[in-house]
Design a protein around this ligand. Structure first.
Ligand code: B3K
Ligand code: ZN
Length: 869
């Protein structure tokens, strides 16, 4: 294999040709699908050949220029270079083999249905085309297939014609009036059940809504439909954005590499993010559906109407759309809970990405395989960067910026700079320095020191920023960091801020230099600072809090995130101390005040159960590993386990009283109060499992919803109760016919804390419900073991690494995208011991030697091996 080459952001060149319109004709067949593309080619610059991207799997049948066969072209592994043409009509006929397409990119079969996935560069697996986001064309698509097997033939836009053919075949023609890049093309053919509804836009247009699901699953599509209608209404009210076509379709498929895809007017979804009923899906699944349905719908404006100029700009649409879906969930549900959950993901996964070999800015500079850059950095940190702009501008000016962005760029393919420029121009706020967030990678460290002078009643906060160097970038510059603060007096009352007016906007301090001091006046006594309210910037905070200060914040701070985070800091402190104690074979302890604050939360009459649930959800071992430069995983796990059982023992009465109080909450209702109580009860069952096995069995047997069934089963699994195997068998017997439900079971198997878990996982790969060709199954069993069971995965003997390496060899051929996602725990080794690192190096070196290594795995493994140099 030749070494894959990287592309650089700075090398962007506008295309010499564009396609203004494409007539596609797709005659479906399992192994010999015939694709005819008639392209209206416009020359934009003379003197250059036309390059069309085309995968080597495409079989070229015929090429015509203005209706005449044409031969002056070269074909290579990347596509076609056509010489000597200007503006013309180009006709290309080629064949593809969807049934053997196991990579699930381009046109492939999911079960009995045909479907497509074109982002980022999948259209080139369907036909030869300028498969780049800055070529925008209108599409007319004719789809033809056998009528009995494929009664529904779908593509983007509006259905304009259909007809029957001899021999049982039929066809439909679709027309999409909005010019779009090829990555937004979609085609689906199959036999489905269809849920129909409609939405009246605020300007009075009726939009038909259709959700297509596997036959027999119609009753599981209602939540997705309700979520879609909420998303459409929310985008009108919060962003003044209205839907633009007459029809919006969503198709749920079982074989899908990611969550969902925002193809214009025809979203294709992983069935996990569409199908839900109370007996098959948990509250978390319901929330996930609402959020992903929202996300893909919001892309209609931020992504489809205004798209990316090139793939380096991916965060233009993804960061912004994640911000929008987070705001949607926050407006509909609890803002504090939503924020805490998002920060947890960012800290545990995105911060780890920044520290590893794949570190990149939210707008990457260098890419080998674009699919490798649908990352936590581009998505989640990208959303944080948009959120910081929102914090700096405020809602009104931010919305003015959005309006200007659409006014300037509707129908265009643009850059992240264009977005920031619109925000700056509309608000009059200087974002010059702020733009560095787009080009600088890494997690900034924010160190805070303070000084109180009782004689002048002045309180000084000194903020220092420093971004450690990353694998991709050694030099770092200061950033514009919005730091939202609250000062608490000794009894926990918030202090009105006076002073430092020129350096702040209300409670948001503008940190723009390496070091800045903010002086607050008329402060009667030494305050406790709550720093980073709502996690106002994606940074690591260092401030030397006393236990008393943290306890005060947990109980009195206005901001829920700060309250939750203060508890995390306290937990981190005691995990660190106890890991040392464990290593020295000393007794493990936490102060009484720590248990008392948890007790107080349980006894609080005002308690918001969803928030209390977050307090009781201990950080995972994986999260705790991030606290150590060189992590002793077994010690961390032992301390975490001890802490859980210690709290269970100390708070046994309070926990069991609340569990009793939380009866009657297990109904099929999705009201937030019920959801909150269920999430609290689920957390408390994890503690109760160590004290009362009979209770867990009873909860399992009496559960009315999947939320509570899974809560009981998870507790039994984590505490390795004697009834664990029996309950697992019961669940398996009930659900083995249903892959999506079995994913929950496989996840429990993968995260089982028993010593023999790897053997169990290997055996389960032969389970009739398991298949390595289905990405959901692979993630639930293999992914959960590698990512969610650090003790077993990082076993000293390297058996976990060998196991993953065998799986990667198989997936490298069949589905490189899934392989490249699974490899993550093998490349983020910076905090592991030398012994672990050397075992990982061996495994990665041998993977890198595979003859046919995919670009996806090559890019990540090559970078990871570079870290050893
Ligand atoms: N835009 C798609 C992701 C495509 C990933 C390609 N490997 C889904 C989303 O972010 O909405
Ligand atoms: Zn997206």
């Amino acid at each position: 294999m030749s070494t894959p080459v990287a592309k650089y952001r700075q090398d962007y060149v506008a295309p010499a040709f564009t396609t203004s319109h494409i007539e596609l004709d797709v005659v479906l067949d399992d192994h010999q699908t015939k694709v005819t593309a008639v392209l209206d080619i416009k020359q934009l610059r003379v003197g250059e050949p036309l390059h069309l991207d085309g995968d080597k799997s495409l079989k070229l049948v015929e090429l015509l220029v203005d209706g005449t066969p044409y031969t002056d072209y070269n074909r290579d592994d990347e596509g076609l270079t056509i010489n000597g043409i200007g503006s013309c009509q180009l006709t290309i006929i080629n064949e593809i083999d969807p049934k053997n397409n196991t990579a699930l990119e381009g046109l492939y079969k999911s079960g009995n249905a045909f479907c497509t996935q074109c982002e980022a560069e999948g259209f080139r697996r369907i036909t030869f085309y300028q498969d780049r986001p800055d070529v925008l064309a209108t599409y007319t698509t004719r789809v033809e297939a056998d009528k009995a097997g494929y009664p529904f033939l779908l593509s983007n836009g509006n259905k304009i014609e259909s007809g029957e053919l001899d021999s049982g075949r039929h066809w439909v023609r679709w027309q999409d009036p909005f010019p779009k890049p090829s990555y937004l093309f979609a085609l689906v053919a199959g036999d489905f059940d269809k849920l129909t509804d409609s939405f009246k836009t605020r300007s009075g247009r009726d939009v038909a809504l259709e959700i297509f699901v596997d036959k027999g699953h119609l009753n599981r599509a209602h939540h997705a439909m309700a979520s879609l209608k909420k998303a459409m209404a929310w985008d009108e009210s919060r962003f003044s954005l209205e839907y633009d076509l007459d029809i919006y379709m969503v198709v749920a498929v079982d074989f899908f590499n990611m969550g969902a895809m925002e193809n214009k007017g025809l979203n294709v979804f992983n069935s996990k993010y569409v199908l839900a009923s109370p007996d098959t899906a948990t509250d978390t699944d319901y929330m996930g559906i609402e959020s992903v349905i929202g996300h893909e719908y919001f892309h209609n404006w931020t992504g489809d109407r205004v798209t990316c100029r090139d793939w380096f700009q991916l965060s233009l649409k993804e960061g912004l759309t994640v911000f929008r879906d987070q705001e949607f969930s926050s407006d509909l549900n609890s803002r504090g809970v939503e924020r805490i959950n998002n920060v947890r993901i960012l800290r545990s996964h995105q911060f780890a990405e920044d520290e590893g070999p794949m570190a990149h800015p939210i707008r990457p500079e260098k890419v080998i395989e674009m699919n490798n850059f649908y990352t936590l950095t581009v998505y989640e940190k990208g959303a944080e960067v948009i959120r910081m702009m929102h914090t700096l501008l405020g809602e009104e000016k931010f919305q003015a910026g959005m309006a200007l962005y659409f006014e300037r760029h509707d129908g265009q393919a643009v850059t992240c700079d264009d977005f920031v420029q619109a925000m700056e121009d509309a608000s009059g706020i200087d974002l010059g320095l702020f733009r560095r967030w787009y080009s600088q990678s890494g997690t900034p460290q924010l160190t805070v020191k303070d000084h109180y002078d009782p004689s002048t009643q002045c309180y000084e906060l000194t903020l220092t920023q420093m971004t450690p160097s990353t694998a991709d970038q050694s030099e770092k510059l200061p950033l514009h960091i919005p730091v939202d603060i609250e000062l608490l007096s000794a009894d926990g009352t918030p202090i009105t801020l006076k002073g430092a007016e020129s350096q702040r906007n209300n409670s948001v301090l503008n940190l723009t230099d390496v070091k800045q001091t903010f002086v607050f006046e008329s402060v009667a006594s030494k305050p406790t600072p709550c720093i980073l309210q709502q996690f106002s910037a994606p940074v690591k905070l260092f401030y030397d809090y006393s236990d008393e200060q943290l306890l005060l914040i947990i109980q009195k701070a206005t901001d829920e995130f700060c309250r939750w985070d203060a508890l995390q800091q306290l937990i981190h402190k005691y995990v660190r101390l106890n890991v040392t104690a464990y290593q020295c074979q000393e007794k493990l302890t936490v102060p009484e005040a720590f248990v008392d604050v948890l007790r107080a939360a349980l006894l609080d009459p005002e308690l918001d159960p969803a928030f209390t649930a977050l307090l009781f959800n201990l950080p995972s071992t994986r999260e705790l590993i991030e606290l150590f430069d060189c992590a002793d995983i077994d010690a961390i796990e032992a301390v975490r386990f001890w802490l859980q059982t210690y709290i269970a023992e100390q708070l046994e009465d309070e926990v069991s009283a609340l569990i009793t109080k939380a009866t009657g909450i297990d109904k099929n209702e999705l009201e937030s109060e019920q959801i909150g109580w269920r999430s609290l009860k689920a957390q408390l069952l994890k503690y109760a499992a160590f004290r009362n096995e009979a209770l867990i069995k009873r909860e399992y047997n009496q559960a009315q919803t999947m939320t509570m069934t899974l809560a009981a089963l998870t507790s039994a699994n984590q505490a390795q109760l004697a009834c664990r195997d029996e309950l697992m068998r019961d669940f398996e017997q009930k659900w083995q016919h249903d892959g999506l439900v079995m994913d929950k079971w496989f996840t429990l198997q993968g995260t089982y804390p028993g010593n023999d878990v790897l053997e169990r996982v290997k055996t389960l790969m032969n389970h009739p419900s398991f298949s390595l060709s289905n990405p959901n199954r692979t993630r639930s069993l293999i992914g959960s073991f590698c990512e969610g069971n650090p003790v077993a995965f990082h076993r000293e003997d390297g058996s976990g690494y060998e196991f993953l390496s065998d799986i990667l060899r198989q997936l490298n051929e069949s589905n490189p995208q899934v392989a490249a996602r699974l490899v993550t725990p093998l490349i983020q080794f910076g905090r592991l011991t030398k012994n672990h690192q050397s075992k990982i190096k061996e495994v990665l070196t041998s993977l890198a030697d595979m003859d046919n290594i995919s670009r996806d795995l090559y890019e990540k493994i090559d970078k990871a091996l570079g870290q050893f140099a």
